[in-house]
Design a protein around this ligand. Structure first.
Ligand code: DAH
Length: 344
């Protein structure tokens, strides 16, 4: 018996466990009801009465030692586990808040997508432009009021010199038309999205910068009917199959004839509401047949080629789609506004 106790004691002192399961198996082996130490207690009744005192003490001591060793192993094991968890490179990092897509980007992408389905490709041009590409080649008369300091931001050539130069922030994306027409040969079918600048006081309805998408199609025999059909397709894709369009005669220096396009109010369905000022129609873009003077100034033979162009404000379309009442919301970066476009 004494030998057995001694044996178990040395076994217990050398115990090691690599996992929680191993530790539990050892506990069962030594300390459970059917374990080695309980077996000693069972055999205790066969010990000679004169040895009972000593053996009893030794068994209790063994049991105590075994329990201590288990506690020790458990503590060691848990510390190692905590350390491993602390360094676990597979642990998920702090949650990253997902960004949202800006409503203007969503609408710009949708416009591009609709036109790309009928063969338009995207072209971009510089925001800092010269007078020639923004006005001159687009048939603006030299004294046209759009060039006025009120409307256009001119870039000063040298610091401190107030004299206007012919470098400016483009006031419309029609400037990309002239860049494309001077560098590409017809047929041309492009969409030009981008930011434009005008010297306007900032309010709910106007801003000093906003976004436009310009469309241009130049080929042989392009007609006004082609323009109308293309715009009708766009309106139905963008605002729903029931949408109607209306073209009103207008004037732009770079198109002849020119028109402004209204769509049937998508808020009241054309019956008249506050949004469409009870007319049932809302204006969404300007368009027309490219003026022959513009074609010629870009080196395209106006006897051989004709074309149409159109230009729309992305903020306006976004307003109609998402009912954003104040233009300033688009550039204030207020997450309470932006988060509303999370699922788009
Ligand atoms: N550039 C015009 C503007 O900013 C919009 C426009 C009108 C573009 C008619 C066109 C067009 O291409 O044909 O108000």
């Amino acid at each position: 018996m004494k030998e057995r106790i001694q044996q178990l004691l040395s076994q217990i002192q050398q115990l090691q466990a690599g996992s929680a399961e191993e530790l539990e198996a050892l506990r069962i082996k030594y300390l459970s009801k059917k374990g080695e130490i309980s077996a000693l207690f069972n055999d205790f009744r066969n010990v000679a009465p004169e040895d009972k005192k000593e053996i009893g003490m030794r068994i209790n001591e063994l049991k105590q030692q075994a329990q201590n060793r288990f506690e020790e192993l458990k503590a060691q094991f848990e510390a190692a586990k905590a350390e491993a968890e602390r360094q676990d490179l597979t642990c998920t990092a702090d949650p990253v808040t997902l960004g949202t897509r800006h409503p203007l980007s969503l609408v710009r992408e949708e416009i591009i997508d609709i036109f790309s389905r009928i063969g338009f490709t995207v072209e971009e041009g510089p925001e800092v432009e010269d007078d020639k590409h923004v006005f001159g080649m687009l048939n603006f008369a030299p004294e046209h009021p759009a060039r006025d300091m009120q409307d256009t931001f001119f870039i000063e050539k040298e610091e401190g010199i107030q004299k206007p130069t012919d470098i400016l922030l483009r006031t419309h994306t029609s400037s990309v038309q002239t860049r494309v027409m001077t560098t590409q040969k017809p047929p041309i079918r492009v969409l030009c999205p981008g930011r434009v600048y005008r010297n306007e006081a900032i309010s709910a309805r106007a801003h000093c910068f906003f976004h436009q998408v310009e469309g241009l199609y130049i080929d042989k025999n392009v007609s006004f009917a082609d323009l109308r059909q293309t715009l009708l397709y766009f309106a139905k894709e963008m605002f729903g199959a029931d949408t109607k369009i209306r073209l009103r005669p207008s004037y732009f220096p770079f198109t002849e004839p020119s028109a402004e396009m209204d769509i049937s109010c998508n808020i009241c369905g054309g019956t008249g509401c506050g949004f469409c000022k009870q007319t049932g129609w809302v204006e969404i873009l300007g368009c027309g047949m490219v003026d022959p003077n513009v074609l010629e100034s870009c080196g395209i033979d106006s006897k051989e080629y004709t074309g149409y162009a159109f230009g729309m404000g992305v903020e306006r379309i976004t307003n109609l789609k998402y009912r954003v009442k104040d233009l300033r919301l688009f550039s204030e970066n207020d997450v309470r506004f932006l988060n509303q476009f999370q699922s788009c």
